[in-house]
Design a protein around this ligand. Structure first.
Ligand code: SF4
Ligand code: SF4
Length: 102
């Protein structure tokens, strides 16, 4: 690269992107894995741990931990679970994610 060329823009880190988000978590989860046995016995790929952009789903040895507080409300888990094993609703009014875009 010559000295006159501008350096390529650096991609924002997850931490920088997360700074634009605020969460007002409810005390009750709006996400529910309906049958944990299905995750344990019938879903070797645990694909929700991959498609969720907020990394809400974390597999812990024999069970799924659901960190609902960080949900971005994108709705992907309504259609992404191959076993329709996730019950998804919007958080109660006044709770959930707030986007700081300006
Ligand atoms: S994708 Fe669905 S069935 Fe598979 S681990 Fe996640 S919640 Fe369980
Ligand atoms: S709605 Fe989106 S961000 Fe929230 S848990 Fe589902 S996939 Fe993750």
């Amino acid at each position: 690269m010559s000295e006159t060329q501008a350096a390529p823009a650096k991609a924002a880190t997850i931490e920088e992107k997360q700074y634009l988000l605020r969460f007002n978590a409810d005390t009750q989860s709006h996400l529910h894995v309906m049958d944990p046995q299905v995750c344990l016995t019938s879903c070797p790929d645990k694909i929700c741990t991959i498609f969720c952009p907020a990394e809400v789903y974390k597999w812990e040895d024999i069970r799924m931990h659901v960190g609902y507080e960080g949900c971005h409300e994108c709705g992907s888990c309504r259609i992404g679970c191959p076993h329709q094993n996730i019950k998804w609703v919007y958080p109660k009014g006044g709770h959930g994610i707030v986007f700081r875009l300006g």
